[in-house]
Design a protein around this ligand. Sequence first.
Ligand code: DMJ
Length: 644
Amino acid sequence: MSKSLPYSVKDVHYDNAKFRHRSFFKVITQTLFTSDMKRECVSCSAGKFLGLFMIFGLACLMLTHASKTPSATDGLSKGLETNEEHKVVTDVGVRFKKLLRRAPRLPPRLSGNEKVSSGIFTGKPNEHDEEKWKARQRNVKEAFIHAWSGYKKFAMGYDELLPLSMQGFDGLGGLGATVVDSLDTAMIMGLEEVVSEAGSWIESNLLERISQKGDVNLFETTIRVLGGLLSAYHLSGGDQDMNLANTGPKPTIYLEIAKNLADRLLSAFTSSPTPIPYSDVLLKNSSAHPAHNLLSSTSEVSTLQLEFNYLSAISGDPKYKTEGMKVFAHFKTLPKVEGLVPIYISPHSGEFIGQEIRLGSRGDSYYEYLIKVWLQLRSIQDGNFTYLYDMYEEAMRGVRHLLVQKTIPNELVFVGELPGGSKGSFSPKMDHLVCFLPGTLALGATKGITKEKAMKDNLLTIEDFENLKLAEDLAKTCFEMYSVTSTGLAPEIAYFHTKDFYEDGLGGGNQSSEYVNDIIIKFNDRHNLLRPETVESLFVLYRITQDPKYREWGWQIFQSFEKYTKVDSGGYTSLNDVTTLPPQRRDKMETFFLGETLKYLYLLFGDSSVIPLDKFVFNTEAHPFPIKDAIYLEGGSYMMKGTM
Ligand code: DMJ
């Protein structure tokens, strides 16, 4: 199914071989037959070492073969084979590789009260720390109130606030996107006044807007508006037939509006001649059409299914899930490059168009939803969705093999692009959007439980460890994209210094950063749209590794948002240039600043039992949906846990 690339995208200089999946046979033969100068110099000792290594290996093989002791992968394989019908590699090669696995990396030094065992953070923060994080969480809540008050004052009912001009703007089709995107954040923060204002606006206006409005983008409307309505339904008690919110409309109001909207959005699927939906919908007459270039973005058509599946679950009508899942079933049949896919697809032919591969814009959430939809559906009996997990695993192997490189001089790990697909050269360019990947990789590795528990229960495969390692390395790079600038805020796009690429004089402006020579920021890429991806990954990584550094990094980023993007009259603004002081401002507060960025920061600084990652799946716009069992057993009990 997947074509492998020619060996043009070399990573040998960047030590990427450690990310590459290689068979035992390959490891031995490559080691024996590699003949560069460096290795010749040490051939004598390497030869002796290899001899001993092979004898040791054979002895271990015999031992593991004879022994009935469960391996690290056995726990997972038992669980998955019975419950999740997952195919786990249990061959001798894997057992052997497990024996050769590197020991978990040692964590950074911690203060006295934080105990560390096997690279896992087990210590509980002391009382002083608890108070510090509660106070910081309150700061985020205050930021949300400031953002909402600016929107309410100048732009209520518009899609977005233009905070400098102090007016509203309909950039997303006119459904009051900020109201709906903000609602569940207000619920999680326990902000009853905002819940009441947003909820009442939705109850009084949204159905009418939906029935009157023109063109909307299928993806944006699904992730922001439909997603926001669905999580509001859950968080206000809809799944329990209760009204848990003290204020705002009954949960069924959110569900009714969600169904009305989704029925119209379905026309994008039903008008298309293939399972790939058109990109735009005319809401008022439920018709759909392709974009101007006649193409759909790969990430857009594959980032609808969490929402449509959950709507089917709560409405009892399977049609949403049926249409949405046809897209993935179709993707399964398409040719890929080591699991990686081009960023455009034609709804007319159902084929990928062009060669361009990246995990940034138009590619990103395809990979995110492969694993999240699998997590959402894996316990459901009416279908076999293991193929999603397999596609995700294959794609992450492709990422590690083809897209990961390290910078000069400080070896920051980044995920580049293949502008010409399998035949093109590697581009050391990374959108800030790619910073969703550390969180997704960590989630995919432990399935939402802590690394500590996953290791204790022997649930992690070699690939899970590799993905976790990449997640942590990449999160560091994403954080350094902030630290390297004068404002402490990341640019929209960064380039990286490699053996093939360097441009002088394009630093981020913070000369004290260790990474001034590793990260290159081109003039046109210096803006910041208040995007969430990095803090999203910090949140997921903190929950999974329990490493306090992720909270500290999030706090630094939050302080920079406060310092440079806060607008006195209300709201926060995007910036034109993060590398100069004072930064030039752009006059736009994106809806995802309230829907995602502030929500993830709030959750990062708060109690890890709120919206636990093994019970909820966040859509790509940070709207949490309960995973099946949680809907019936525990759903509403996670509601309103945030306190000032
Ligand atoms: C959001 O709308 C979503 O997170 C989407 O997946 C990517 N772009 C923005 C945030 O940057």
